[in-house]
Write a protein that binds this ligand. Structure first.
Ligand SMILES: *Cc1c(COP(=O)(O)O)cnc(C)c1O
Length: 352
């Protein structure tokens, strides 16, 4: 088949499993265990389907204005997309067109190398240190761009803003993307620094802390010029990706700040309880400021625990990859779900 040589070939991103059977305790894809705000439900119920005849507002102005008010920036500094995966993919395509490799950690969100491959962007990974911390020096070298999650995934480690400032200052010729998918669970956002650094873009998502992975909303905040470049590429690709119900429901979520703070507070409390319990069971982990814990056990292999949990309808995430093949990434669920996890582990670890 001669056409086959013209294919763009890539090993696709592998997402965590979405089991079909009922009764699963699902702690494998960092979703929120609580429903979205009741205001989101109301927005869905109030949505008039007659409107679907028309194309949606390609600027998603209503949602953008709500986010601008919430984040204290101008609407022109915001780019919204269909999940932050969409935002990040567009950003890779728009910003990373130099000859030098882009940089990101060796242990990180496993979509970055997939986008680099699919867009044919040269990249180099920078090894985290033994404690899963970023080695700043690795990013003080010539590069075509930088992308780092803070807190990092799947480690949960939060780095100090001051370190990122040093990286930004050393790289005035590169765009630096900070992926803040988990920032709401205890970190300090880099958002206030976008005025100071014109090469900084901060990306956040509604999928984790806003309990709306199913709606697909993510957004980026940067200076107006970066956002304009991003929009030019997006509108040259598909202008109408954000649909009308998403705009309405997303806006409702942003406006209900009290509910947002309530569920984030509950998850943080459950996370701290889970840390204590896991420690008592012989697990160690870097301190997590996200909605998951990346843990290894002192004597029982992670893969064995992963399979035993799965057998018992408790799903966590495991990667058979260098450096992390003895770790489990455990999403924080409800108190009741975490109690069931700990109860199972107590019995299992006693027997192994
Ligand atoms: C979950 C996640 C995303 C993407 O989430 P969306 O659902 O596409 O918004 C991006 N980066 C990191 C590090 C994530 O964990």
């Amino acid at each position: 088949m001669s056409w086959e040589k013209n294919m763009r070939t890539v090993d696709p991103y592998v997402a965590g499993e979405q089991p079909k059977q009922a009764g699963v305790i699902k702690l494998n894809t960092n979703e929120c265990p609580y429903p979205p705000s009741p205001m989101v439900r109301k927005a869905a119920e109030d949505f008039d389907c007659e409107k679907l005849r028309l194309y949606p507002d390609m600027n998603a102005e209503k949602l953008v204005n709500a986010l601008a008010g919430y984040c204290h920036v101008k609407p022109e500094q915001i780019f919204v997309g269909v999940g932050s995966d969409d935002v990040l993919a567009m950003a890779f395509m728009t910003f990373f067109n130099g000859d030098k490799p882009i940089l990101f950690p060796d242990i990180t969100y496993s979509f970055y190398d997939v986008w680099a491959d699919v867009f044919r962007i040269p990249f180099r990974t920078c090894p985290l240190d033994e404690d899963f911390c970023i080695r700043k020096e690795d990013y003080l070298v010539p590069n075509g761009g930088i992308v780092i999650p803070n807190p990092n995934a799947p480690t949960g480690v939060l780095e100090a803003t001051a370190m990122f400032e040093e990286i930004l200052q050393a790289n005035p010729d590169s765009v630096v993307i900070i992926d803040e998918a988990y920032i709401d669970f205890g970190g300090e956002s880099m958002l206030p620094l976008i005025e100071k650094y014109d090469n900084l873009m901060v990306v956040q998502t509604f999928s984790k802390s806003r309990a709306m992975a199913g709606i697909r909303i993510g957004f980026a905040i940067a200076n107006e010029k970066l956002i304009r470049y991003l929009k030019d590429v997006k509108f040259s690709f598909n202008s109408y990706t954000m649909n009308m119900p998403s705009i309405e429901m997303g806006t409702a979520a942003v406006l209900d700040d009290a509910y947002f703070k309530e569920i984030v507070g509950k998850i943080v409390a459950t996370r701290e309880w889970t840390k204590e319990q896991l420690r008592e069971l012989g697990f160690t982990f870097a301190d997590s400021k996200s909605n998951f814990i990346f843990a290894t056990h002192k004597s029982v292999p992670a893969r064995d625990i992963f399979l035993a949990l799965k057998e018992n309808n408790i799903y966590v995430r495991y990667w058979n990859k260098p450096r992390i093949d003895n770790y489990l990434r455990i999403t924080i669920g409800t108190d009741e779900q975490m109690q069931k996890l700990i109860t199972f582990l107590k019995t299992y670890l006693k027997e192994h």
